[in-house]
Design a binder for this molecule. Structure first.
Ligand code: FE2
Length: 666
């Protein structure tokens, strides 16, 4: 007889343990063992969370190189079925070789589950028929449980799931995250209801009264916003380092519908607009995606949303100052160009309409479409097309963590009819879909790759642009890491072309994420290692850094409602004298918007920072070392960002890698 020493690791998550019986069978190139019951358990056969259980499987003769293990969980006597979340299984063979089988998946039923050894294999690396067979079987099963659905025509497809319980257990929130998430929703909502703000349809008497709801949850930046929200320099600053750094671009020629003249603007000197455009000092933000979208009523009142154009000037002290605003796209007598020389009230109102437009552009186009929905497409296509043993699965799995569940929750509670976001924004659901559809045309491949995006928008030389500075550094660090891992597995371009699973993943994203629109520039196939590395960098960057940049500051910049009105109750003034409090959201809408932004920018429980891979899917030396070096580089960047921030009036923390998550989880 020969002995195989088996060690079973259960994850440390609460409720990861099981009272059920667990059986393990080893399958090798020359045979297989009996299915043996795991005996080294605690009282009553319990396998606790975080436990390490050892036992021995004996075979008459060696079964050769180990290919996979079979795990089956069976109910123990009368006890109800009880899920189990194993981490990995290690096996020491009689020949002295150690094999590791990564699992990190809930086992909920009593079926036989097969897990491959940890060495990454592409489809053409498979030499044994059992490996080939299980690879196909795994993908067939995944295609059945991860199905595409169409939430609305013209926008990226989603996972088919009516609610979170219809998602496969392997993509569920952990127990801790689920509880904290529900607790946050409950407590914040109850607090506001108790104080009588929910359902209070009255207008604010005075802007300062908003302080009554602003009291309990403040951040250093939300306090700064409250003090400075009226200032032009702060208004300009937010286009670079606020929650939406994606709209601003260098202006080289004024649009037809925004003919600002030298007579209108004072450029802090004698220069002309033309000269300043040539110097690269003029910038434009055009909210044309919001033009004439379908609007709704809130508390019986029609709501208003503009589609502004904003012209900004970089002045000699490096501040970005707004110099002209037109609130609607079509020039008309009742659509004037507002200027800083207008009355203080008119200019402030124009800026508030821009900030309200920015809320819609940011939430729907930048945050929802370009991070949440895209990350979901990346996740579903990975799960459908790439088996666990593939290096891409091992590299990307943790960058898809919790994304499917958070997006299902968003569709149920945030952007649904009566959802927290849709209920308090100016547009109705059709309006939201219109914005998303229009924004699809701006979601090009190059706009998702920050070096290309910054170059295309002409923002390479803009001073004090921390989203760009930190984002480019992060892109380079992620790119180096991805290059190191993938070039370990792919030795030439031919291997990329021959990897049918990889190519199917790419095609699925092209078809379901970009709706087969070749004009977006998103590849439908990859030909070289260079292309693959860039693409995978884009995926990781989008799921981590980009999402953090457009998500984590929502409360900072949105809590003080006048800086981010979620809707407007009156059209822009065409005559003077309209009071501001009649135009901004009423008490109930203000509070609901504030609660939504608070929930969306909560530090997540069960946090996994960018570069942390608590699930050990790789067990080869090179990728494991690449992960360590990646983490080291991220820590170095974090330290540099922290030092830089000490000298900034407003610290830019959203792209600090130790503060951002590996995936879209909130
Ligand atoms: Fe988010």
């Amino acid at each position: 007889m020969v002995d195989y020493k088996v060690t079973v690791f259960t994850t440390e998550q609460i409720s990861a343990g099981t009272f059920n019986n667990v059986f393990i069978k080893l399958v090798g190139t020359d045979g297989e063992s009996e299915s043996e019951k795991l005996k080294d358990t605690s009282f009553l056969g319990h396998i606790p969370a975080g436990s390490v259980c050892n036992f021995t499987i004996s075979c008459p003769v060696s079964i050769g190189e180990l290919l996979l293990i079979e795990i089956q969980k069976q109910n123990f006597l009368w006890l109800i079925r009880n899920a189990w979340l194993p981490a990995k299984v290690k096996v020491q063979s009689p020949e002295g070789k150690t094999y590791t089988f990564p699992i990190y998946r809930w086992i909920t039923d009593d079926k036989v589950h097969r897990f491959r050894e940890g060495k990454a294999l592409r489809v053409f690396d498979e030499t044994h028929h059992l490996g080939k067979f299980n690879r196909k079987k795994e993908l067939r099963m995944r295609e059945e449980v991860y199905c595409w659905d169409v939430y609305a025509e013209g926008i990226p497809h989603t996972i088919k799931a009516d609610n979170t319980s219809s998602l496969p257990p392997e993509v569920h929130f952990s127990f801790t995250k689920d509880i904290v998430f529900r607790w946050n929703i409950l407590t914040r909502g109850v607090q506001m209801r108790l104080r009588g703000y929910y359902g209070n349809k009255k207008n604010w008497n005075d802007i300062d009264d908003i302080n009554h709801v602003f009291w309990s949850k403040r951040t250093a930046i939300s306090d700064y916003v409250q003090k400075h929200w009226k200032e032009d320099a702060f208004f300009g600053y937010q286009f670079l380092n606020g929650v939406n750094p994606m709209l601003i671009r260098r202006c080289t020629a004024l649009p037809e519908n925004f003919r600002v003249t030298d007579e209108m603007v004072s450029l802090h000197g004698q220069c002309s607009l033309e000269d300043e455009m040539k110097e690269g000092n003029i910038f434009l933000c055009n909210y044309k995606c919001l033009d004439e979208v379908e609007l709704q009523e809130i508390d019986g009142k029609k709501q208003y949303l503009m589609a502004p154009l904003v012209l900004l000037h970089k002045i000699p002290d490096n501040k970005l100052m707004p110099i002209a605003i037109r609130l609607k796209q079509t020039p008309a007598d009742d659509n004037p160009i507002f200027l800083p020389t207008d009355s203080e009230y008119d200019w402030l109102m124009a800026k508030m309409f821009v900030r309200s437009a920015n809320f819609h552009e940011h939430e729907y186009s930048v945050h929802l479409l370009r991070t949440h929905l895209l990350a979901e497409v990346f996740a579903v296509s990975l799960l459908r097309n790439v088996p666990m043993v593939h290096p891409l699965y091992k590299l990307l799995k943790l960058h898809t963590r919790y994304t499917l569940q958070i997006n299902v929750l968003a569709r149920l509670h945030l952007i649904s009819e009566g959802g927290v976001l849709s209920e308090n924004s100016a547009c109705n659901r059709e309006g939201m879909i219109t914005i998303l559809k229009r924004s699809m045309s701006t979601m090009t491949y190059s706009s998702l790759c920050i070096p290309d995006d910054i170059a295309e928008r002409g923002l390479g030389a803009v001073p004090n642009f921390y989203y760009r500075d930190d984002g480019l550094r992060l892109w380079d660090i992620i790119h180096s890491f991805v290059q190191r891992v993938l070039s370990y597995y792919y030795k030439n371009d031919d291997e990329v072309q021959r990897d049918t699973e990889l190519q199917k993943w790419i095609l699925d994203i092209f078809e379901h994420g970009f709706l087969s629109q070749a004009g977006t520039g998103i590849p439908e196939k990859l030909s070289t290692i260079h292309e693959l590395v860039k693409y995978v960098t884009m995926v990781i960057f989008t799921c981590s850094a980009q999402h953090a940049a457009v998500n984590d500051g929502q409360y900072d910049y949105g809590a003080w409602m006048p800086n981010t009105p979620t809707t407007m109750q009156l059209p822009p003034p065409t005559t003077k004298g309209t009071t501001m409090v009649e135009t901004i959201p009423n008490i109930s809408t203000t509070v609901k918007g504030m609660v939504a932004m608070w929930l969306l920018s909560q530090p997540p429980s069960d946090f996994v920072a960018l570069g942390d891979y608590p699930e050990e899917h790789f067990n080869e030396k090179d990728p494991c070392e690449a992960i360590k070096d990646f983490q080291h580089e991220l820590k170095k960047l974090s330290a540099e960002i922290r030092v830089r921030n000490t000298s900034l009036e407003i610290p830019y923390t959203y792209m600090d890698p130790t503060e951002m998550e590996n995936s879209v989880t909130i």
